[in-house]
Design a protein around this ligand. Structure first.
Ligand code: ZN
Length: 446
C-alpha cells in the first residue's frame, strides 16, 4: 500500500501557524499559506520563533526554483513583509547591502529582485528609492545586456524611457561597432500600445544625441531582420529529405531539439514517415535522439518493438526522449509498460507518467498514486509533476484529486500549480482549503 493511501485528500494539507520549515518551503514555492500565516500570526512560527529575518531574506533574494517563470514574486513578498511589519527593515537593508552573494540562483536574479523591491517601495512612498534604482542601471559586461532599464521605465514611464534610450544611445556612440536590439521599445509598446515608444522618442531625438543614435541603430537592425525574413525559406518548409540528411550527416547536431520538434509538428504525414523510416535503420544513438526529437510534439503513427525497447535503455537521455515522443501515442502496450514501471517506481522523473496521457483507463489512478515519489532535487520534482500536470489537464476527473493535490503540494513551480488549480476547477473537485489558499498564491496575485 502506498504511503498516500491513508491520507484523506479533501483534508487541508497544512496547519496554521506554520513551522519554520513549512514557512520557508511555502515562501520558495509561493504558496498562499505563507500570506495567511502572517495575516493571522504575524512573523512568529508555531514554536514561537521569530520569522522576520526569513521574510527579509525572502524579499531581498530571489530564491524561487525557477526565476524565469516566477513573475510577480516581488509584489507578493513585499505584501508579506508589510503584513509582518518588516518592510522598513527591507528598505534599510536594501540601501546598505553592497555585495550580493551568489546563493540559490544566479546573482543577477537577486540584483533584479532588489531593483524591483525598490520600485515597489517607491510606489509606497519611499522617495529615496528612486535615485537608487537609477544608480543600478547600466551595461553588464558578463551578460552583455543593459540591466535595470525595465525598473526605471516601469517607475518613471515616459521620462524613464527617454533616459534609458538616451543612455544606451550614448553608449552606442562611444564605439560604432556596438549594437543593441529593440527590446526596450518592444517592451514599452507591449505595455502601452504599438508605436507608442517611437512616438515619444521621435519627439526628443533632435535634442538628445543618444536617443537619435539609439533609434538609428534599432531601425537598421529591423531592416536587416526584415530582409532576412523575406529572403529566406521558413524553417517549417524544410523538406523531409533535408531533415533526414541533416541528421544523417551530423549537421543537425547544432539544431536545438525544440526546433526539430516544431518542424515535426508542422510537417505533413509523408515527410514524417520519411523521418520515421530513416530512424528505423539508424544505429548511432546520437542520431536516434535527433530523430526522436522530431516527434517531441507530434504523434508517431507506428511504433515498433525496437522503439519500445529504448524505454528500458541504460542511456537515460535516450529513455527520456523516447518517453517524450511516445507520450503522444495511443497504444495499449504503452499502458502496460507504464504500469509495470510504476510498480517498480522506475523512471518517475524521466517520463513514465507521460505514457498515460493518451492511454489512461478507469482505475489506473490507484497505480498512478502508488507510483508518486517525492524528491529533494527541485528539478526532479518538477519533471515528475510536469508530466502529471499534462495528464491531469487532459482528463478533468474528480477521481484524480489525489494526483492533483500531490502536484499542487509538491511542484516547485507556480505555473504548474496554476495549471493544476485550473484542472481542479474544471473537474469541479477543488477542496475548499485550496480555494481559500489559492487567492493568496504568488501566482494568483500577479
Ligand atoms: Zn512548471
Amino acid at each position: 500500500m502506498s504511503v498516500f493511501e491513508h491520507v484523506c485528500w479533501d483534508e487541508q494539507q497544512y496547519e496554521l501557524p506554520l513551522s519554520r520549515d513549512s514557512f520557508w518551503d511555502g515562501m520558495r514555492k509561493g504558496l498562499g499559506r505563507v500570506r495567511l500565516h502572517v495575516e493571522k500570526h504575524g512573523a512568529v512560527d508555531c514554536d514561537g520563533n521569530d520569522l522576520t529575518e526569513m521574510i527579509v531574506t525572502g524579499c531581498l533574494f530571489d530564491f524561487s526554483y525557477w526565476p524565469q517563470v516566477e513573475e510577480g514574486r516581488t509584489e507578493w513578498m513585499c505584501g508579506i513583509a508589510e503584513k509582518a511589519g518588516a518592510l522598513n527593515i527591507v528598505a534599510e537593508r536594501l540601501l546598505s547591502l553592497s555585495d550580493v552573494p551568489q546563493i540559490w540562483v544566479e546573482r543577477s536574479w537577486h540584483e533584479k529582485r532588489r531593483r524591483e523591491v525598490a520600485v515597489v517601495l517607491y510606489g509606497r512612498g519611499d522617495k529615496q528609492m528612486k535615485g537608487w534604482v537609477y544608480e543600478m542601471f547600466g551595461y553588464d559586461e558578463d551578460s552583455g545586456w543593459f540591466l535595470g532599464w525595465d525598473e526605471i521605465v516601469s517607475m518613471d514611464g515616459e521620462a524613464g524611457l527617454i533616459f534609458v534610450c538616451d543612455a544606451i544611445g550614448k553608449w552606442l556612440l562611444e564605439d560604432h561597432d556596438r549594437s543593441e536590439d529593440d527590446v526596450v521599445v518592444r517592451w514599452y509598446d507591449e505595455k502601452f500600445g504599438k508605436g507608442k515608444a517611437n512616438r515619444i522618442l521621435d519627439k526628443v531625438k533632435e535634442e538628445k544625441v543618444g536617443v537619435k543614435r539609439y533609434l538609428d541603430v534599432v531601425e537598421q537592425l529591423r531592416e536587416r531582420w526584415c530582409g532576412e525574413r523575406t529572403n529566406g525559406l521558413r524553417w517549417e518548409d524544410t523538406r523531409g529529405e533535408e531533415i533526414v540528411k541533416m541528421i544523417n550527416d551530423g549537421s543537425a547536431k547544432r539544431i536545438a531539439d525544440i526546433r526539430l520538434a516544431n518542424w515535426g509538428k508542422a510537417a505533413d504525414e509523408d515527410a514524417l514517415e520519411m523521418v520515421r523510416y530513416a530512424m528505423r535503420g539508424e544505429e548511432d544513438v546520437a542520431k536516434l535522439k535527433k530523430y526522436l526529437a522530431v516527434f517531441g510534439l507530434r504523434e508517431m503513427l507506428q511504433i515498433d518493438d525496437r522503439i519500445l525497447g529504448w524505454l528500458a535503455d541504460d542511456d537515460r537521455e535516450l529513455r527520456r526522449m523516447t518517453y517524450n515522443a511516445l507520450g503522444h501515442v495511443k497504444d495499449e502496450r504503452l499502458r502496460e509498460i507504464g504500469l509495470a514501471k510504476l510498480r517498480k517506481k522506475e523512471d518517475v522523473v524521466d517520463g513514465v507518467y507521460r505514457l498515460f496521457k493518451r492511454n489512461f483507463l478507469d482505475g489506473d489512478e490507484h497505480e498512478l498514486v502508488a507510483g508518486l515519489s517525492v524528491f529533494d532535487d527541485a528539478f526532479d520534482m518538477h519533471d515528475e509533476v510536469l508530466d502529471l500536470v499534462d495528464l491531469l489537464q487532459g482528463r478533468c476527473d474528480g477521481k484524480l484529486l489525489r494526483l492533483m493535490i500531490f502536484a499542487y503540494e509538491n511542484t516547485p513551480c507556480g505555473e504548474c500549480r496554476q495549471r493544476v488549480v485550473e484542472s481542479m476547477e474544471k473537474a469541479g473537485c477543488m477542496p475548499t482549503w485550496v480555494r481559500d489558499e489559492w487567492t493568496w498564491d504568488a501566482v494568483f496575485s500577479v
